[in-house]
Design a protein around this ligand. Sequence first.
Ligand code: NAI
Length: 231
Amino acid sequence: MAEFMVVGVIGAGQMGSGIAQLAAVAGSDVWLLDKDDRALNSAKASITNSIQRFVSKGQMSKEVGINALARLKYTSNLEDLRSADIVIEAIVESEDVKKKLFAELDKIVKGSAILASNTSSISITRIATATKRPHQVIGMHFMNPPPLMKLVEIIRGMKLGTNQPMGPLELADFIGLDVCLSILKVLHDGLGDAKYAPCPLLVQYVDAGRVGRKRVAKRMTPQGGEKQPVG
Ligand code: NAI
């Protein structure tokens, strides 16, 4: 968190309040936002209580605790998150609601900011489609309760998983769908595992000569005619 001077956290429930606390203890200025004032009041009380317990048990210095509490601000106005370097969303687990929020955030938060979701199950790639900065949308999945659990999963959307420069379908487009079909047939025949059975659409594309972007100039059809490169 040290590189994030200003952190926005949206959703002041179980997870959001804990994430906000963590960020403030780590030294960031934090805006904790919720649409419900009762959630904000309750988050403020539980964060204060939690930090006081850490201090009373000697697990945190009084100075760190006081400074963390001073760095936390509570709001229900999305505009207050304008200066955030990262916004971590922890609202209700609904794709539609999250997408609506990300679309609004995208317009408000500065272009360099990272937008993160604490979602447990929703595709980060799909949430990212609601924004104009999909490459800056990540999953940031904290364990419950965040102030005690030291593990955070970071999830990247899109096609850069395993450091690939393109997604599997784009890659298949370059390899050639005919080659992909042959590979699948070999695996399917050799291993007998139904998961390698070629998708009927792939077979239809290859039958139609639509093998992707690979260069297939002047390939001959079985009838002896010339097949045009197709993409
Ligand atoms: P929660 O129900 O305790 O808190 C959600 C908060 O979001 C509520 O205070 C609600 O008022 C607020 N909210 C809902 N829609 C909003 C909106 N559009 N704008 C602003 N605030 C809004 O939920 P919880 O348990 O904190 O979960 C939040 C997210 O974290 C979910 O996506 C969940 O799947 C994920 N998560 C939950 C874990 C858990 O153990 N509870 C663990 C890891 C992830």
